[in-house]
Design a protein around this ligand. Structure first.
Ligand SMILES: [Zn+2]
Length: 157
């Protein structure tokens, strides 16, 4: 598994590969049916990172059912945000996150921060991204509404 150095220099492909390695240490697993029989779709018409399950036939990427699902924020920026938040004991402010990541709006940074805090409480993320750092504990209910289940790596929102 890749170690966590210099997230600022990661390309989107590298960032995706890193997240895949963390979420799927034993190879891709279909988030729809949990099959490990998936094939990577490649070709110009395909979005990068798309896989297709050979069992249920559905397509997926590593971000399905994670806090990054359907996010327009580049994965490399998510990784930087994880790193910043996991390596700081007190966490960092949304304002600082906005500045560090060059995000267009404070609200985007605020939402990102909220999701990451939730994922940290759901387990896995802090440990995986910060190599055994203790993560700040928050009440998950504070950040999430509706039905919630958790993923071993990154909590669902
Ligand atoms: Zn499947």
């Amino acid at each position: 598994m890749a170690t966590f150095h210099g997230p600022a220099r990661l390309s989107e492909d590298e960032a995706r590969a890193m997240i895949e390695g963390i979420r799927w240490p034993n190879g891709p697993e279909c988030p729809h049916c949990a099959s490990d029989n998936a094939v990577r779709l490649e070709g110009r018409a395909t979005r990068p990172g798309v896989l297709k399950c050979r069992d249920c036939g559905k397509q997926f990427t590593v971000t399905v059912n994670t806090i990054m699902h359907r996010s327009k924020i580049p994965l490399s920026k998510w990784l930087i945000a994880f790193h910043l938040m996991c390596s700081s004991k007190k966490g960092i402010s949304a304002l600082r996150l906005q500045r560090e990541l060059g995000l267009g709006s404070y609200q985007t940074a605020w939402h990102m921060e909220r999701r990451i805090r939730y994922a940290m409480t759901a387990g896995g993320l802090g440990r995986n991204f910060a190599g055994g750092h203790e993560t700040v504990t928050h009440s998950a209910g504070e950040y999430v509404r509706g039905d919630v289940s958790t993923d071993p790596v990154v909590g669902l929102v």
